[in-house]
Ligand binder design. Sequence first.
Ligand code: PGA
Length: 251
Amino acid sequence: MRQPLVAGNWKMNGSLDSVTPLVEGIKAGLDSVTTAEMAVCPPYVYIPTVAALLAGTSIALGAQDVNDQESGAYTGEIAPNMLTDVGCKYAIVGHSERRSIYGESDAFTASKFAAARKAGLVPILCVGELLEEREQGITEQVVARQLGAVIELEGVAALGDAVIAYEPVWAIGTGKTATPDQAQEVHAFIRGKLAELDADVAAKVQILYGGSMNAGNAAELLSMADIDGGLIGGASLKPEDFLAIGIAANR
Ligand code: PGA
């Protein structure tokens, strides 16, 4: 039985004043979340503040990205060890906004995945197709290529210590959620692909859905056999909505 994970990706939102009420709000309702692990991924600069607020709770901390190098002349970048240093458990890698806005490749994403693992972080590897790729009927090829870059570099066993997030790009921040059947189809494809290489890894890996998941649609999505949680953007900025998604994962 895979434990559900509900992770909030705050993206580039918030301020020093807003992070405290957000975290306190989540903490206040946490007792109602009985099964899922809850995690939050604040902007880098707020991570230490959020870490202090989370101390002694079961809420995990993550970062939204990470560099693939350990240290050195990489202006503006954050190394994996810096994230473990400030209490992060997770690091998102390959979010579609990194891939599409900043041109980050499958290979660079795989390299970040490897560096994160090496530092003891659990990577949350994002994969997903663009609208035109879905319309061309190449969703599975795209997802297989994105996963393949990581498997080629790190081997399939590495995915056993990681989390995968399937995020159809056309559903992110658009209010257009994949239907539970559309999402389940791709989740099952991902698990099946992994099972061809290693059945234990396939059975173990948590595959989250991301893309306009909210309090209203979470229960249906989370009831699907291969959907093990959510990577939540917009709805993670409101404690009651984020908690409602966590509650929807209760078993
Ligand atoms: P969204 O974002 O929930 O706002 O669609 C999800 C994500 O990008 O991780």
